[in-house]
Ligand binder design. Sequence first.
Ligand code: PEP
Length: 250
Amino acid sequence: MRRKVIVGNWKMNMNLHQSQKLVSEILNGLGKESKVELILCPPFTSLFEVNSLIKNTNVKLGAQNMYFEESGAFTGEVSAEMLKSVGCEYVIIGHSERRVIFNEPDELINKKLKAALSNDLKPIFCIGELLENRENGQTIQVISNQLNKGLDGITSEEIKRITIAYEPVWAIGTGKTATPLQAQEVHLFIRESVAKKYSSSVGENLVIQYGGSVKPENSGELLSQKDIDGALVGGACLKADSFLSIIASA
Ligand code: PEP
């Protein structure tokens, strides 16, 4: 059976002090027997500290982005190896805010995925359609294109270390959520596409999270869909009580 994975994407929120407070509130509220895999993705400036706070717990650390080169004259960028050195196990790649605000194309995202994998990081690979895509009936075409380009050249061993996050762009930070049925339909398509490209067992074991205005009021129903294996949570992960309720619903 696939595990449930809940990711908290703090985005550009939480200074060092706020990060310490949020992590201790989350840790205090977590059930000891929780079967959910929990990954926290604070901003770069809090990674080292959050890593030391979650030591000796089952909580994992992830970064929100990285660059594909190993080192050199890339002002403002951070490499996979640097992320590993502060305790990251995961890295979000291709978040829609990177794609839309920072113009990251599929080809760059593919390079980042490969660099993360070759440095032993586990990528959380984000894909999702814009509102106009959905309104024009192009959702499946867009998802298929992002999958094909993003996973180009990635082997059947490597795909096992990737988690996919389906995040309809129109639902991120907008308060609008895809209905459980809309999300399930795309998740199933993603699973079937990955199964076709690699193998049915790779498809069956692939963890696919949903992201887009997930909150305590809608998480239970979304997470009960057959092909929804977790959630990538933005806004609602910044308050311990709402994040803990989402975790409990998983
Ligand atoms: C996200 O950051 O990936 C996200 C889905 O944000 P929100 O939950 O705020 O929509």
